[in-house]
Design a protein around this ligand. Structure first.
Ligand code: HEC
Ligand SMILES: [Cu+2]
Length: 407
C-alpha cells in the first residue's frame, strides 16, 4: 500500500493534463479525442455561434451554482433534526412572481442574440462576391463555381491501407480529399447546397455552416473566412454505406493565390478540355492504362466495389474473377435480363456493354454515370484495368477514342 495520502488524486491530475493538452490540440485544428469545446471559429457567423454557446454555457453554470447552493444550504442548515418543517410553497405570492419572472428575463436575454445570429445566417445576399454550388453525391461532393466555369468532384483520399488498419493512421484520417474546395479569405462566399441522390449534410464547423443537401431543393449559406487555413468537415446526414467517407476540406487562401488557382483550374483540370481532340486521339500503352486505371479505380470505384474488387455481397457486384455476386435471386435475374451479367460479370463480357455501363451508369441503381465526371482517358484506363486486374485476364485494351465514340 502506498503511503502517499494524495495517491488517489494522481489519476485526476493526469486526466486534467490530458484534457488540457487536447484542448490545445483542438485549437490547432488537429482532431483529438476528448476535444471538449467547439472548433475555433474563423467566420463572423462561427464567432457568433461560439459566443452564444459560451454565453448560454456560463448562464447555465451560474444557474446551477445558485440553485445547487440554495439546495445544499437548505439540506444542511434547515434539516429535520433541527426542527424545520417542509414548506407548502404558497407562503409568498411575491416570491413566486419573482421566480417566474427571472427565468423569463433570462430566456429573452438569450433569445435576442440567438435570433439576430439566425437572421445573419440566412442573409446571404448583401456583399456576396463569389458563388459556389455544392452538390452531395453518394459518396463525395461536387463543387462548382458557375461564374468561373470551374467544376470538380472532391472525394476521400485517405489510403485504403489506413482504413483497413494495415498502416498507421495519419492525423487527418478520413478527413482528407483529393481536390479541396479552395476559397479566398475576406470575401463573402455564397453557397448553394443541394444533392444529386439522397439527403446529405454539408457541415464545416469552423465556418459555422451546417446545411442539409436535399435532392430537388437548394439551401443557401454563406461564409466570410477571416483566416487562411484548412478547415475540415463531414457529411452530417446518414446517407448510406459511404457516409463516413465523404469528408469536406476547405482551403482558404489569400485573394492573389485564389486568382491564380482559378486560372490553373480553368486551364486544364476540366473534363471538357481533358477531352480535347488531341487528348482523345492519343494512343496509350497497356501499362500506362493499367497504372492510371488503378488510380481511378481507387479514388472513384473502390468505395462501392471495394479495393479488392470483391464488392459487397448483395449490394455492390464484384469486379474480381471467381467472386459470385451473392445477391437475391430477383436481382441476379434482373441483371441477367438486362444482359449486363453474362457469365457472372460484365467485366469479362462484351467490351461495348462494359463501356456503356461505366459511361452511362445503371439507372435506378447506385451505379453512377461516369461520363460527366471522368475524362475519356480516365474511363478508358479504368475499364482496361477492370478487365485485366483482380484475376481477370481478358487482355482487352480500351483507348480514349473508343470512349469518345461511345459518348
Ligand atoms: C456508389 C456506388 C458505386 C460506385 C462508386 C461505382 N459503382 Fe459500379 N456498380 C454499383 C452497383 C450498385 C452496381 C450494380 C447495379 C445493378 O445492376 O443493380 C454496379 C455495377 C457495375 C458494373 C457492372 C457489373 C456487372 O457485372 O454487371 C461495372 C462494370 C461497374 N459497376 C464499374 C464501375 C466503375 C468502373 C466504377 C468507378 C469508375 C464504379 N463502378 C463505381 C455501384 C457503384
Ligand atoms: Cu452524405
Amino acid at each position: 500500500m502506498s503511503t502517499c495520502r494524495y495517491r488517489r488524486l494522481v489519476p485526476f491530475g493526469l486526466g486534467l493534463l490530458a484534457l488540457l493538452s487536447n484542448v490545445a490540440r483542438a485549437a490547432s485544428g488537429v482532431p483529438s479525442d476528448w476535444g471538449i469545446n467547439i472548433q475555433p471559429p474563423v467566420t463572423p457567423i462561427a464567432q457568433d455561434i461560439m459566443h452564444l454557446h459560451m454565453m448560454v454555457f456560463y448562464i447555465c453554470v451560474g444557474i446551477f451554482v445558485v440553485v445547487a447552493g440554495f439546495m445544499f444550504y437548505s439540506i444542511i442548515f434547515h434539516r429535520k433534526s433541527r426542527g424545520y418543517r417542509p414548506a407548502t410553497f404558497h407562503e409568498s405570492t411575491t416570491v413566486e412572481i419573482i421566480w417566474t419572472i427571472i427565468p423569463f428575463v433570462i430566456l429573452i436575454a438569450m433569445a435576442i442574440p440567438a435570433t439576430s445570429t439566425l437572421l445573419k445566417i440566412v442573409n446571404t445576399r448583401p456583399g456576396t462576391q463569389l458563388l459556389v454550388k455544392v452538390t452531395g453525391y453518394q459518396w463525395k461532393w461536387r463543387y462548382s463555381y458557375p461564374k468561373q466555369h470551374i467544376a470538380f468532384f472532391s472525394s476521400l483520399s485517405t489510403p485504403l491501407a489506413q482504413i483497413d488498419d494495415k498502416a498507421p493512421k495519419n492525423p487527418h484520417f478520413l478527413l482528407q480529399v483529393n481536390h479541396p474546395l479552395v476559397l479566398p479569405v475576406n470575401e463573402k462566399v455564397r453557397f448553394l447546397i443541394t444533392s444529386n441522390d439522397v439527403i446529405h449534410g454539408w457541415w464545416v464547423p469552423a465556418l459555422g455552416i451546417q446545411d442539409d443537401a436535399i435532392p430537388g431543393f437548394i439551401h443557401e449559406g454563406w461564409a466570410t473566412i477571416l483566416k487562411p487555413g484548412v478547415y475540415r468537415g463531414q457529411c452530417a446526414q446518414l446517407c448510406g454505406a459511404g457516409h463516413g467517407f465523404m469528408p469536406i476540406v476547405v482551403k482558404a487562401v489569400p485573394q492573389a493565390q485564389f486568382v491564380s488557382w482559378v486560372k490553373k483550374e480553368q486551364a486544364g483540370e476540366q473534363i471538357a478540355s481533358a477531352n480535347s481532340a488531341a487528348a482523345t486521339s492519343k494512343v496509350w500503352t497497356k501499362a500506362a492504362l493499367m497504372t492510371k486505371g488503378k488510380q481511378v479505380f481507387q479514388t472513384s470505384c473502390s468505395v462501392c466495389h471495394q479495393a479488392s474488387g470483391q464488392g459487397v455481397p448483395g449490394m455492390f457486384p464484384p469486379i474480381s474473377a471467381g467472386h459470385p455476386f451473392n445477391a437475391a435471386p430477383t436481382l441476379t435475374a434482373k441483371l441477367a435480363r438486362r444482359g449486363f451479367y453474362k457469365g457472372g460479370k460484365i467485366v469479362e463480357g462484351p467490351v461495348a456493354k462494359h463501356i456503356d455501363i461505366v459511361l452511362n451508369g445503371i439507372s435506378g441503381t447506385p451505379m453512377p454515370a461516369w461520363g460527366p465526371q471522368l475524362s475519356n482517358a480516365a474511363i478508358a484506363a479504368v475499364i482496361t484495368y477492370e478487365r485485366n486486374a483482380f484475376g481477370n485476364h481478358t487482355g482487352d485494351i480500351v483507348q480514349p477514342s473508343q470512349i469518345q465514340a461511345a459518348r
